[in-house]
Design a protein around this ligand. Structure first.
Ligand SMILES: [Zn+2]
Length: 135
């Protein structure tokens, strides 16, 4: 949400730059290169994922040692397939989500907690263990 992308030429702009340039205008902002339509550089619900991004994510899921799901109910496809690909390829699966997901049964660890809180604690634990092993 901190980046804006041109739908025509693909140029990316920091959100602050567009707000500084057009923030007070009533007209929608346009691309400085091609005058194309700008939108936040995120995938909105119902939008297709870029093909290359999907191919890369699938490859990574097939080749990872550990797959971490953070803050997803895993009901929107194709992203919801990724933990299944990882598990089929032999990876460990950790799911951090407030509510149950369809992949919980095959997960090695399920943490039903707010993502920000759980990840903060996981990061702290990893830090302590890494620091401990190096000392
Ligand atoms: Zn453009």
């Amino acid at each position: 949400m901190r980046w804006i992308r041109c739908l025509d030429c693909g140029e990316r702009y920091p959100l602050e730059e567009i707000l500084r340039r057009d923030g007070r205008s009533e007209d929608p902002p346009v691309c400085g290169h091609c005058a194309g339509v700008l939108k936040p550089d995120v995938i909105f619900f119902g939008e297709a994922l870029p093909e290359e991004t999907l191919r890369e994510a699938t490859w990574n899921a097939d080749h990872c040692d550990l797959f971490l799901v953070v803050g997803s109910s895993l009901v929107v496809y194709p992203a919801a397939n990724m933990p299944f690909y990882a598990k089929q390829a032999g990876a460990g699966l950790v799911i951090v989500n407030l509510s149950a997901t369809p992949a919980d049964k095959m997960a090695d660890v399920v943490l039903n907690a707010p993502a920000g809180e759980a990840m903060g604690r996981i990061l702290e634990e990893v830090r302590q263990r890494l620091t401990g092993s190096c000392a």
